[in-house]
Design a protein around this ligand. Structure first.
Ligand SMILES: Cc1cc2nc3c(=O)[nH]c(=O)nc-3n(C[C@H](O)[C@H](O)[C@H](O)COP(=O)(O)OP(=O)(O)OC[C@H]3O[C@@H](n4cnc5c(N)ncnc54)[C@H](O)[C@@H]3O)c2cc1C
Length: 386
């Protein structure tokens, strides 16, 4: 293992690998990865398909304003880069972009192909501590010390402990894009309901999501719920009421008329009053709330249009973390204002997006911003300066 590098990237995930692929091939670079292999999480993204970006992109899809970074590298740059490098992609009706192979492996392969011979990749690395005198010293568990002038920290969410002595301005981490625990889903385990409109009120803000909900015994899930969890993560409070409109395309009065017509039909009685409209389990669940009283069509219609779910804590299946290195503690090149030559990219920075390819887009964008800055400002071959 060489001991002195121009740049050391800590973390061989989406942002770290992409950054390595963008850096000047004359730099002597090392990637230090604690896992047995690099890019493991990329393979899990998008249910193994990797939703690498989205046709619709602005700061609105993030927890804060990242316009300044998107100006340097946005979704079209992502597409251009990957397409130019040989990755064929397609876009679904929601704007989500996937590799045409429908496998995340293709994305990782393309990035790896563009990482030059100048990059040493070390896996199963345990870093004990990082300190800085004139340059950075990285002490490893195997007894070695690595030296470098620049560190690019790319360790993902909830992983800033290692760097706290050099950069301390960090917001606490909270699970985002996550299923939420609830206590009122009787009979609904594994039931999916399509085309639902969800409303979440937090203070003066009202958030709407349209999509599919998946009920579990004591939890709710699905992209729509993941996105709502993102708003909750930002205020570090997951206890809320979500209201579902289970038939958003049918107006309240029309729904009452439909239910009125059912009232005199002997096929639609008791718990079966709503079958043909909903799964029988959901029909039973709703009718239970009105004591199976089929006469009260107004109340049933109200429940269908305002189905209340009380959320509690997040589960452990979060796709990202909200929180991390505060953006205001970094320069527009994502360099630490506390320790010079220390850069942060990807999820360890307090930038998180909604579902739809936005988190990987941030990984690519932040990685490119730092690579561009170092390519333009760092003279090559610092190795040997020590
Ligand atoms: C199941 C799942 C599905 C997802 N699907 C999508 C999707 O389709 N689209 C999308 O945009 N986003 C998706 N995401 C989010 C996306 O994966 C992340 O936003 C992205 O991977 C963040 O990139 P990163 O480089 O910051 O972190 P990571 O990709 O997590 O990489 C960090 C790397 O650093 C390593 N590391 C951590 N600590 C150390 C240490 N001390 N020393 C050395 N190495 C260390 C880790 O092992 C890891 O390899 C998904 C996430 C999950 C969990």
């Amino acid at each position: 293992m060489n001991e002195i590098y121009d740049i050391i990237i800590i973390g061989g995930g989406a942002s770290g690998l992409f950054c390595a692929s963008q850096l000047n091939k004359e730099f002597k670079i090392a990637i230090l990865e604690k896992d047995i292999r690099i890019g493991k999480k990329i393979l899990a993204t998008g249910n193994g398909r990797c939703n690498l970006t989205n046709k619709i992109l602005s700061s609105l899809q993030y927890n804060q304003n990242i316009d300044v970074f998107l100006k340097t590298f946005n979704n079209f740059d992502t597409l251009k880069y990957f397409n130019d490098m040989g990755l064929m992609t397609y876009c679904d009706e929601e704007g989500r972009v996937y590799p045409i192979s429908n496998t995340a492996n293709s994305v990782l392969d393309i990035i790896r192909l563009n990482i030059g011979q100048n990059v040493d990749i070390f896996t199963e690395i345990e870093i004990l501590n990082i300190s800085k005198n004139k340059i950075f010293n990285i002490n490893l568990k195997n007894g070695k010390t690595l030296f470098t002038k620049q560190i690019i920290y790319a360790c993902g969410g909830n992983s800033t402990d290692l760097i706290k002595n050099l950069h301390n301005d960090i917001n606490s981490f909270n699970k985002s894009l996550v299923s939420l625990q609830t206590n009122n889903n009787k009979h609904l385990n594994n039931i999916r309901v399509h085309n639902v409109k969800a409303t979440l009120k937090i203070g003066d803000n009202t958030f709407y999501e349209l999509g599919e909900i998946l009920f579990k015994d004591n939890a709710i899930s699905g992209i729509m719920i993941f996105n709502l969890s993102s708003y909750m993560a930002r205020i570090k409070n997951y206890c809320h009421k979500i209201y579902l409109d289970l038939l958003p395309d049918i107006a309240f009065n029309n729904l009452i008329e439909i239910l009125e017509r059912r009232k005199n039909n002997k096929n639609f009685v008791g718990e079966n009053f709503l079958i043909g409209i909903f799964h029988s389990a959901l029909s039973k669940n709703i009718m239970e709330k009105v004591n199976f009283d089929t006469k009260n069509t107004k109340k049933i219609a109200f429940l269908i249009k305002n189905y209340e779910i009380i959320t509690k804590s997040p589960l452990n299946n979060n796709q990202v973390f909200n929180g991390g290195i505060k953006l205001e503690s970094l320069s527009t090149n994502l360099e630490s204002k506390e320790t010079s030559n220390l850069f942060f990219i990807g999820e360890c920075v307090d930038v998180d997006g909604l579902c739809g390819g936005y988190n990987l887009q941030w990984a690519w964008t932040s990685a490119f911003v730092v690579a561009k800055f170092l390519n333009e400002n760092l003279s090559c071959n610092l190795v040997g300066e020590k």
